[in-house]
Design a binder for this molecule. Structure first.
Ligand code: NMX
Ligand code: MLT
Length: 441
């Protein structure tokens, strides 16, 4: 681990020097034009954040340090006898910027296993919530309770030099990633398994141990968890969970506080909660239609009725993507290989065949194609995890890999407090009037 940390510092020093030069030579150059409508449309398309660990292409989807998901599936180390990449390897790639060796992945797996102890008060804090509390509420409460362990917060209160911020941030990031599966599994057991004690095996890789903690031992479920934890890890810096983590972190809030903020964003139905909404929508459809094998015509009518009642079709559309999400396709390929006859999975595929055309016909939906959330639930249901309110917690555990790697970079590069300018409609009108008078607009 010491070597990986040193490697990170060396890479960060080099990059910091390059950024300094880039700013010296190009700091005044305009990036792009921002039009008035973008201010009212969630800043869509405004390039304004630097995140080094992944980049989203509207057509090709996410690339982690330049590698697509298909490339990661081929190039990242796998568990013995496994078919899917180890998410620890992706974390290494995001952190260091190079593909890891099997040995380096083992070092990360072991470091995470060694750091997974959780103080008792965290569980007691979760226990103070009613069982009925949403799993995301319980998960975030656990993360907040764990903030007592922040090494960065301690170091800051003791007067750490700003040049050294990255070091306790790095340690906190690793500790948090190591501990999250235990908090998530505790919430799952508490809410759905009568508080059955958690079983773990620290010799396993991070995702496989997480599966075990959740009480799932089937080999194919372990494979699914490795895939799931890899594909949900990051989606460049502007999505709500990554951006919220980054924003809060820019105030030098520690990784626990920052990640909790990101998770509160992930818990929204237009973002990560969409994975529960998808399965809920499908289950309601099956119930309404009285069948578990709806025809494409029935699905099409149900989708049209959903739109007519002023609701979104969950799992479809995206703020940046303009094509079928490769994360959807990776899950589809997993299902084709492992459960092609599953009725629910087939329904997901039939929805994929009919919904894009219906959304495109509205004339307003910019991306009628499925996103990552359209497929994930059906895979989980196949293995018996039907408690769909828990799905966003799984997404959150995976997202820690990307946002924590990014946070290490942000502090190592000394990124500034994020504080964009806001404006009133009155001020915009004034500016437009003055521009028109001067003939400038
Ligand atoms: N079903 C119905 N209407 C939609 C959908 C959809 N799946 N997607 C977009 N629209 C509507 C959208 O509500 C907006 O309507 P209005 O003008 O009446 O406000 C219009 O189409 C234009 O929206 P877009 O510019 O295409 O999408 P935007 O960038 O604003 O929003 C999402 C992106 C992801 C929020 C949107 O597509 C959506 O609500 N999808 C369903 C929820 C979902 O699957 N979210 C998960 C995203 C992935 N993730 O994990 O975070
Ligand atoms: C994500 O994985 O964060 C989602 O696809 C949302 C996004 O990128 O905006």
């Amino acid at each position: 681990m010491i070597d990986i940390k040193k490697k990170f510092r060396t890479k960060a020093d080099k990059e910091a020097a390059e950024i300094k030069m880039l700013l010296k030579e190009n700091g005044d150059r305009p990036v792009e034009e921002v039009v008035v409508s973008q201010l009212y449309q969630g800043m869509r398309g405004i390039t304004s954040i630097v995140s080094e660990v992944s980049l989203l292409d509207p057509l090709d989807g996410i690339k982690f340090r330049g590698y697509t998901i298909a490339e990661l599936q081929e190039k990242l180390p796998k568990a013995q006898g496994g078919t899917e990449p180890l998410p620890e390897g992706l974390f290494y790639l995001m952190l260091i910027g190079e593909l890891p060796t099997e040995e380096e992945v083992k070092v990360i797996s072991k470091a995470l296993a060694d750091r997974s102890n959780i103080p008792e008060h965290v569980f007691k804090t979760i226990d103070a919530l009613p069982i009925s509390a949403h799993p995301m509420t319980q998960f975030v409460t656990g993360i907040m309770a764990l903030q007592t362990e922040s090494l960065f917060a301690k170091a800051y209160s003791e007067g750490i030099n700003k040049k050294d911020y990255w070091d306790p941030i790095f340690e906190d990031a690793l500790n948090l990633i190591a501990r999250l599966p235990y908090i998530a599994a505790y919430v799952y057991s508490r809410k759905y398994r009568n508080g059955a004690p958690l079983k773990s095996d620290k010799s396993l890789d991070w995702a496989a141990n997480f599966a075990l903690l959740l009480g799932y031992t089937e080999r194919d479920f372990l494979k699914l968890m490795r895939l799931y934890m890899t594909i949900h890890a990051d989606h460049e810096g502007g999505n709500v969970s990554a951006h919220a983590t980054h924003l809060v972190g820019s105030a030098l809030s520690d990784p626990y506080l920052s990640f909790a903020a990101g998770m509160n964003g992930l818990a929204g139905p237009l973002h990560g909660l969409a994975n529960q909404e998808v399965i809920k929508w499908i289950f309601e459809m099956l119930k309404t239609l009285g069948t578990d094998t709806p025809s494409k015509e029935q699905i099409a009518q149900y989708a049209k009725d959903t739109l007519a009642s002023g609701k979104v079709i969950p799992g479809y559309g995206h703020g940046v993507l303009r094509n079928t999400d490769p994360r959807f396709l990776a899950q589809k390929a997993f299902a084709e290989a492992n459960m092609p006859q599953d009725k629910l999975v087939q329904t997901v595929w039939h929805i994929f065949e009919v919904v894009p055309e219906i959304l495109a016909a509205t004339g307003k939906v910019k991306n009628p194609w499925p996103n990552v959330d359209a497929h994930s639930g059906a895979l989980l249901v196949h293995f018996g995890m039907k408690e769909y309110e828990f799905y966003t917690v799984l997404f959150g555990v995976s997202r820690s890999l990307g946002v924590m790697a990014n946070m290490c970079w942000s502090r190592a590069l000394g990124f500034a407090l994020e504080r964009p300018k806001s404006i009133t409609t009155k001020a915009i009108k004034q500016w437009l009037d003055e521009g028109a008078k001067k003939g400038a607009l």
